[in-house]
Design a protein around this ligand. Structure first.
Ligand code: CP
Length: 336
């Protein structure tokens, strides 16, 4: 039994096979590959795309999704081993997960960081505990990485470059740019984008305002390793012109600076100086006709201008649609 917790746990060949199946499912969406199978979806945080696409995807393949929200409708859970449960939690994650494993064939988990202490959040405690106790495969619906999003992103890039006759992803200049947002956000999409772009053979540049915004070492190390295996070097820069010059893909996301976890006031003073990191027409003009995307939800004219988002180069809708197709392929691969 294998879980789908992080693209780093899967080889490029395995991920390519899932993407090939996602393409087949995109052409022929209705089937019975998940006939009589059920996925339990645990949402500790809000969602529009993930919740809808998993539910509809399971239905289209003859399966069924049960959506559970521990913030309303489920018993509050305890995650610590050996806890004396005198607090708010009524149930331990071990029992909850083992019981769900008796009902469902797959379990999906969305659990964002608490944004107080990165040393704790980086342990991904909720996902790891559920994966540990589950007797059925577990899928990461976004915790401190977001592998389903990045599979959809990679598929959208492949499709658009193929349609335009611009060849494979290998060797393309890929820029992951931090953008401003009034609040510090999760690093999950950025972590996964960095790793996926490196694994799929692209020349990856991470653009962020200062050293404080460099992603966690473990993702930088994984991306450096995968870039190296593909004959490239990971570039980290704070220089907008250097990053955008000749870029073929621009992926934008905002995230909070890791050294300021739980101490966000001083971080706000820094981030407020970098509103100009917005993806706009002037920056896009420096690229090599780059495709641009965002995972959504996205604040328009804060992270990306309307003109860029609504341009023909923006593949955000394709990426969002592809969530449905890649997740069906992932569910098939795990439940099969
Ligand atoms: N991109 C994404 O995961 O969207 P939701 O948060 O709406 O699920």
């Amino acid at each position: 039994m294998r879980h789908f917790l992080n693209t780093a746990d899967w080889s490029r060949a395995e991920l390519e096979a899932m993407l090939a199946d996602a393409r087949r499912l995109k052409k022929s969406p209705i089937g019975d590959a998940l006939k009589d199978k059920t996925i339990a979806l645990l949402f500790f945080n809000n969602s529009l795309r993930t919740r809808t696409s998993f539910d509809i995807g399971a239905t289209q393949l003859g399966g069924h999704a049960v959506v559970l929200s521990p913030t309303g409708g489920m018993w509050p859970l305890e995650f610590a081993d050996g806890a004396v449960m005198l607090g708010e939690a009524e149930e331990h994650v071990k029992e909850a997960t083992k019981v769900l494993s008796r009902y469902a064939d797959l379990i999906g988990v969305r659990s964002f960081p608490k944004f107080q202490n990165w040393a704790e959040d980086r342990e991904d405690r909720v996902l790891k505990a559920i994966a540990r106790w589950s007797d059925v495969p577990v899928i990461n619906l976004e915790t401190i990485t977001h592998p389903c999003q990045e599979m959809a992103h990679i598929l959208a890039l492949k499709e658009r470059f193929e349609q335009a006759g611009r060849g494979p992803l290998d060797g393309k200049k890929y820029v992951l740019t931090w953008t401003y947002h009034p609040k510090p956000l999760n690093t999950a999409v950025a972590n996964s984008a960095l790793m996926a772009a490196a694994k799929f053979g692209m020349k990856v540049t991470l653009l962020c305002p200062t050293e404080d915004y460099i992603l966690d070492d473990r993702y930088i190390e994984q991306a450096t390793k995968d870039c190296g295996a593909n004959g490239h070097a990971l570039t980290i820069t704070h220089d907008i012109e250097e990053a955008y010059d000749g870029a073929e893909i621009v992926y934008c996301k905002s995230w909070g600076a890791l050294p300021f976890f739980g101490n966000w006031e001083p971080e706000k003073a820094i981030r407020d100086r970098f509103r100009h990191f917005i993806v706009d027409e002037k920056k896009m003009a420096m690229t090599d006709d780059a495709l641009v995307s965002h995972c959504l939800p996205m604040r328009r004219n804060v992270k990306m201008t309307d003109a860029v988002f609504d341009s023909k180069n923006c593949i955000a809708y394709d990426e969002a649609e592809n969530r449905l197709h890649v997740q069906k392929a992932i569910m098939k691969a795990l439940a099969g």
